[in-house]
Design a binder for this molecule. Structure first.
Ligand SMILES: *[C@@H]1O[C@H](CO)[C@@H](O)[C@H](O)[C@H]1NC(C)=O
Ligand SMILES: *[C@@H]1O[C@H](CO)[C@@H](O)[C@H](O)[C@H]1NC(C)=O
Length: 402
C-alpha cells in the first residue's frame, strides 16, 4: 500500500470510529481507576474522619461522589445538604469538582443510588417514560450547575429489593437510553455500578443493551459472603473458587472470576468493565474459635470497628491499625487474605490480593478497576506502609504491567 492508500484506510477508520465528545476511546485509554467517595464518612470520629481534603487525586482517573438519591417525582434528592452543597458545611460537590485543578485528567462523576436507597423508587421512575426524561433533564442541569463530568447510576438492583422482577430489566435499559440521549450530546460520561452475582445478572440487566449505552460498567464483584446473608465463614471477594466451594452448590460461582467472566460472556465489552475492589473487610464471630476454616459456623458478624461502627465490617485502616498482630492467613486457592483473633474472623484485601486482581484485569483486557471506597484505605499512613497502600497497589498493578 502506498502512503495515500494507507491514509485513506486509516483516515476512514478514524472517521468511522469518531466518538461523540465525552465518551471514552477504548483503544487508547489508560486503565481506569474509578474511586468512590462516600460523603457520610465526614461524620466518622478520630482518625476515621474522611472528607474531600483527604483524597489523593493522583491515585484515581475517575472519582464518583456517592451518593445522591432519587425522589418519586424524578427530582434529585440531595441526601445530606450539609455534607454536599451547603457552603457553611463540607460543600462536597464544589470541593470534589475542584480536585480537577490538581489533576487535569481527573473526571469527577455524580453517583446516584447505593444500597441504602433500595430499589422501589428506581423501579417506579424507570417505568414511566415521562419521569425518565424528566430525570435525565434534572441530571443534566445538576451536572452543569456543579461542574461534574458525568453521571453514575447505582440502582441496587433492578428486579430486586422492592423492584419489579418483570419489568425492571428493560426499564433500566430505557432509563439509561434517556439519560444517554440527554447527557452524551452535552459531553457527559454515563456509567453504572452493577451486581457481580451470576444469579442476579440475567434478571437485573440486559447486558448487551446497557453495554452499548454505557461508557463504563463498574462491576461489584464483592460482598459474595457476609454476615448479612450467611451464618458461615466466607470471604467478601475471593478472586477464584476454593475447592470447598465446589462442595457447596452455587458457591463455586461466588467469586470475582465468575462474575467478570459472566459479564463478558453475556455481551459486556471487556474494555468497558471495571473490576470492583473493596477497601473494607467482612467479619464474623465464630461459633467455635478453634474452627475458622471456610464454611465454619458463625453466630453473626464481627465486632464493630471504631471508625466504621458497623457489625460485620472493618475498614482496612481499622484492620491494620488494631489487628496487625493477629494471625494472618493467605488462601492460595482464592488468592485473598484473612485474619483471625479469638472468635473474630475477617476476610479483606491487601497489597498481595490486589496484585492478583489487577493482573486479572490486565489479562482479561478490562477497562480497569473500581474501588469502593477511598475512606477505609489507610489514607493517613497510620500503619506506616505509606498513605493509601491499597490504592497505590491498584495503581502499581495496573500501570506497571500494562
Ligand atoms: C453456599 O453454601 C451454603 C452452605 O452449604 C448453602 O447453604 C448455600 O445455599 C450455598 N449458596 C449457594 C448460592 O449455592
Ligand atoms: C469446621 O466447620 C465445618 C463446617 O461445619 C466442618 O465441615 C469442619 O469439619 C469443621 N472443622 C473443624 C476443625 O472442626
Amino acid at each position: 500500500m502506498n502512503k495515500v492508500l494507507i491514509c485513506l484506510y486509516i483516515c476512514t477508520i478514524s472517521f468511522v470510529n469518531a466518538k461523540p465528545q465525552g465518551s471514552i476511546d477504548l483503544e487508547t485509554q489508560q486503565k481506569n481507576i474509578v474511586c468512590y467517595f462516600a460523603s457520610w464518612t465526614v461524620y466518622r470520629t478520630g482518625k476515621g474522619t474522611f472528607n474531600v481534603n483527604n483524597i489523593d487525586s493522583s491515585l484515581c482517573t475517575h472519582i464518583n461522589f456517592a451518593f445522591v438519591g432519587l425522589n418519586a417525582d424524578a427530582t434529585i434528592h440531595v441526601l445530606d445538604p450539609w455534607e454536599s452543597s451547603d457552603p457553611s458545611g463540607f460543600n462536597g460537590f464544589k470541593n470534589i469538582v475542584a480536585l480537577k485543578k490538581n489533576n487535569p485528567n481527573l473526571k469527577v462523576l455524580l453517583s446516584m443510588g447505593g444500597w441504602n436507597e433500595g430499589s422501589a423508587i428506581y423501579s417506579d421512575v424507570a417505568s414511566d417514560p415521562v419521569r425518565r426524561r424528566k430525570l435525565a433533564e434534572n441530571v443534566l442541569q445538576f451536572l452543569q450547575q456543579w461542574g461534574f463530568d458525568g453521571f453514575d447510576i447505582d440502582w441496587e438492583y433492578p428486579g430486586y429489593r422492592g423492584g419489579n422482577i418483570i419489568i425492571d430489566r428493560d426499564d433500566f435499559t430505557e432509563l439509561l437510553r434517556d439519560l444517554s440521549s440527554t447527557l452524551k450530546p452535552n459531553g457527559y460520561l454515563l456509567t453504572a455500578a452493577v451486581s457481580g452475582s451470576v444469579d442476579k445478572i440475567d434478571t437485573a440487566y440486559d447486558v448487551k443493551g446497557i453495554n452499548e449505552i454505557l461508557d463504563m460498567i463498574n462491576v461489584m464483584v464483592y460482598d459474595y459472603h457476609g454476615q448479612d446473608y450467611e451464618m458461615f465463614v466466607g470471604h467478601v471477594s475471593p478472586l477464584y473458587a476454593s475447592s470447598l466451594d465446589l462442595q457447596h452448590d452455587k458457591n463455586a460461582t461466588s467469586n470475582v472470576k465468575s462474575g467478570m467472566e459472566y459479564w463478558i460472556s453475556h455481551g459486556g465489552v471487556a474494555a468497558k468493565l471495571n473490576l470492583g475492589i473493596v477497601t473494607y473487610g467482612r467479619t464474623f464471630t465464630l461459633a467455635d474459635p478453634t474452627n475458622y476454616s471456610l464454611y465454619a459456623p458463625t453466630v453473626g458478624g464481627g465486632l464493630v470497628g471504631p471508625y466504621t461502627q458497623q457489625i460485620g465490617i472493618l475498614g482496612y485502616n481499622e484492620i491494620c491499625e488494631y489487628h496487625l498482630r493477629t494471625n494472618y492467613y493467605w488462601d492460595d486457592e482464592q488468592k485473598v487474605p484473612h485474619r483471625v483473633w479469638g472468635n473474630q474472623w475477617v476476610g479483606f484485601e491487601d497489597k498481595r490480593s490486589i496484585e492478583f486482581k489487577t493482573k486479572f484485569a490486565i489479562d482479561h483486557q478490562l477497562g480497569g478497576v473500581m474501588v469502593w471506597s477511598l475512606d477505609t484505605d489507610d489514607f493517613r499512613n497510620t500503619c506506616r506502609g505509606g498513605a493509601y497502600p491499597l490504592l497505590n497497589a491498584v495503581k502499581k498493578g495496573l500501570y506497571a504491567l500494562s
